[in-house]
Design a binder for this molecule. Structure first.
Ligand code: SF4
Ligand code: SF4
Length: 98
């Protein structure tokens, strides 16, 4: 998905990471954990690019100060699970065409 800039073409998440900037010590551990290039540093504080975050939670488990957490998207942004395999495939096709 990252290689072809095709977000949500296989799966999507209803969550994304947020940073408590008061708790972030700038250790950059989370940058190594994120496989989606969603994290950067600005003025020694971690920042999340929500458009690249898949809500996997990998960054959160290693943050030494518990500055990271997952929050659920708003009601309007939530994605209902596909009804069956056919709908899942149709969604993948649409996502790849975007
Ligand atoms: S792992 Fe936690 S403390 Fe370290 S840079 Fe990331 S958010 Fe900040
Ligand atoms: S939740 Fe996953 S995708 Fe989002 S910033 Fe953390 S490691 Fe990256």
């Amino acid at each position: 998905m990252i290689e072809y800039d095709s977000k949500d073409s296989i799966a999507s998440s209803d969550f994304y990471a947020v940073v408590n900037t008061e708790e972030c010590t700038g250790c950059e551990t989370c940058l190594e954990r994120c496989h989606f290039d969603a994290l950067t540093m600005k003025n020694d504080v971690c920042q999340v690019d929500i458009s690249h975050c898949y809500g996997c939670g990998l960054c959160i488990t290693e943050c030494p100060t518990e500055a990271l957490s997952l929050v659920q998207k708003s009601e309007e942004e939530l994605t209902a699970p596909p009804l069956d395999d056919i709908e899942w495939r149709e969604r993948r096709i649409k996502a790849r065409m975007n």
